[in-house]
Design a protein around this ligand. Structure first.
Ligand SMILES: NC(=O)c1ccc[n+]([C@@H]2O[C@H](COP(=O)([O-])OP(=O)(O)OC[C@H]3O[C@@H](n4cnc5c(N)ncnc54)[C@H](O)[C@@H]3O)[C@@H](O)[C@H]2O)c1
Ligand SMILES: O=C(O)C(=O)C[C@@H](O)[C@H](O)[C@H](O)COP(=O)(O)O
Length: 518
């Protein structure tokens, strides 16, 4: 969590709403006015009477400077703090929420709270003047503006939380750029992405049924939701399941302006994207990934598809979403094993492009496994940034995008041999160890020990059964990256220097397997 600063006129609810927001985010709350009172040893009204407003403003500037430097959480400022240019400059680098309120309600709230020296005489006229004078200053510093009139604190805290996207990564897809909103409560932003939809098909599994219901309840009057429950995990990623969805869309009279929403792990978003890509030759899809793996990988980038008897993801389409809503709250119910599986793809992003990811995981693997902690939020953001940059320049995997397949040649072969009963992330973990052996064997870089140790620290598998090489090789020979009879592997020349190699010999491949299973 980083700092969120609340500003607004007297009576806008900065302290009450700030506290409710901090509680809902699970972070500490701090009140700059309380800091001034503590430092001066007397109430603000007494500082005004004894020392004058100018002295109070000097104390306030210092209190705000200190709090902005020290605090990690929610910080409420006094109504006049934004008068100081130095304070406004300080706020340019942090997230600022401006709470508005109408005059009548502000007067009412200030009548209850009598401790405001500037409002001692003729509060209505004074408040109107202060609000008019300060409004442009609040707006100058604010990232988010919310009207608090007639609303309760918990409700407002929930709305602010939803708007406090940790970050919006824009995937600059050449055809239609789309945002990936990462934050708490971002699912509530769905109504912004409905377009002209009159019907919304919400695809989910049993594990995400409650969230799918919530998605349905977010739709405005006149927009109908149809919830479709899919079989769990890879059992849902089949042509037969896709066909059932198409039948249901047909029965609903689903048109080109309607919307598919995928609420679930990567299996759901892959299937939802595929259903949307094919229905009427392409309707919009919004993804609400609920697994870490879905958030950092499957929901971003527009690859959709199903598994068939021939292999993993061999049937599908490139169909980028209209938006991706990564709601960090959804990871709270994700089993630890699935969280770890998602971290395998995060670690992959570390090896191919952003080694800071590896540093973060290695520094504290337990923190990386704490779904509600700040490390997971940073890892999510970093991994999505890696993926967004790659897919923006090469949606259809003409070149660069293949690097996202690091470890996947071997992983997909395991998944097929295991009849899709292995978690994808677990298979990718083993696949990365295999690729690390190939890196070393082909004289590139030796990252075997580091790969094993970072994955093992997360409880991920790093080895596979011996004696299955022939079966594995057969599957690897129909990998999508292959060109004709030439196998291609994503390898690393060095950390964060991926290459696509087409000269890995049969002996080298086998040797990597022998070392992996030794
Ligand atoms: N399209 C792409 O670019 C891309 C990228 C990576 C992976 N994938 C695909 O994604 C799939 C793997 O995704 P995954 O790891 O999310 O698997 P998954 O979708 O099977 O989900 C894993 C398990 O977690 C459960 N789950 C999901 N969210 C939950 C939540 N919030 N609380 C409780 N349980 C929850 C699911 O019901 C499932 O049992 C694979 O099919 C893989 O091929 C696609
Ligand atoms: O988005 C990509 O491109 C990837 O390769 C991401 C992979 O992590 C992911 O598992 C993807 O589903 C694999 O795609 P595939 O084309 O090899 O099936």
């Amino acid at each position: 969590m980083s700092l969120v600063v609340i500003v607004g006129p007297p009576g806008s609810g900065k302290t009450t709403i700030g506290r409710a927001l901090a509680e809902s985010l699970g972070v500490p709350f701090r009140d700059a006015d309380a800091d001034i009172v503590a430092a001066a040893g007397k109430p603000i009204a007494d500082i005004f009477v004894d020392d004058g407003e100018e002295h109070f403003r000097a104390l306030e500037r210092e209190a705000v400077r200190r709090a902005v430097a020290e605090h990690d959480g929610v910080l409420a400022l006094g109504g006049g703090a934004v008068l100081a240019e130095s304070t406004r400059k300080l706020l340019a680098d942090v997230t600022v929420v401006h709470l508005r309120v109408d005059l009548a309600e502000a007067v009412r709230r200030n009548e209850i709270d009598k401790g405001r020296p500037l409002l001692a005489v003729n509060p209505r006229a004074t408040l109107r003047r202060l609000m008019d004078e300060r409004l442009p200053l609040y707006r100058e510093v604010a990232d988010i503006e919310i009207d608090t009139t007639g609303r309760d604190a918990a409700d407002l805290a929930a709305e602010i939380r939803a708007k406090l996207a940790v970050r919006t990564v824009v995937v600059n897809d050449a055809e239609a750029p789309y945002p990936v909103l990462i934050g708490h409560g971002t699912v509530d932003r769905l109504p912004e992405f409905l377009g002209k939809a009159a019907r919304v098909a919400v695809l989910h599994t049993a594990s995400t049924a409650a969230l799918a219901e919530r998605v349905g309840s977010l739709l405005p009057d006149g927009v109908e939701a149809t919830l479709m429950e899919l079989p769990d995990a890879e059992d849902g990623k089949t042509v037969a399941v896709a066909e059932q969805c198409w039948e249901a869309l047909g029965a609903e009279g689903f048109t080109r302006t309607d919307l598919v929403v995928g609420v679930g792990g990567g299996a759901v978003t892959d299937l939802a994207g595929f259903v949307a890509a094919c229905w009427l030759r392409g309707v919009a899809v919004v993804h609400v990934p609920t697994s870490l793996l879905g958030a950092v990988d499957a929901a971003v980038g527009g690859k959709t598809g199903v598994n068939t008897a021939a292999g993993k993801n061999l049937v599908g389409a490139f169909h980028p979403p209209r938006a991706v809503l990564v709601d960090l709250d959804t990871f709270a119910t994700l089993p630890r094993r699935d969280l770890a599986a998602g971290l395998a793809e995060v670690v992959k992003a570390g090896f191919i492009a952003d080694p800071v990811i590896l540093d973060l995981v290695e520094a504290d693997p337990e923190a990386a496994l704490d779904a509600s902690g700040p490390v997971v939020a940073e890892l999510v953001e970093r991994a999505i940034a890696v993926k967004a940059e790659v897919v923006a320049s090469d949606l259809k995997e003409g070149g660069l995008r293949a690097i996202l397949n690091y470890g996947h040649t071997f992983a997909h072969a395991i998944e097929k041999l295991e009849h899709y009963r292995w978690r994808h992330g677990d298979a990718v973990a083993v696949g990365m160890v295999y690729a690390a052996h190939l890196n070393a064997i082909t004289g590139r870089v030796d990252l075997v020990a580091r790969t094993r140790s970072v994955l093992e620290s997360l409880g991920l598998p790093t080895t596979y059964e011996p004696g299955r090489w022939d079966d594995l090789l057969k599957v690897m020979k129909i990998d999508k990256k292959n060109v004709g009879a030439t196998q291609r592997f994503v390898l690393l020349d060095a950390l964060a220097k991926p290459v696509v190699a087409d000269d890995v010999t049969a002996e080298q491949q086998r040797e990597a397997y022998e070392r992996l299973t030794a």
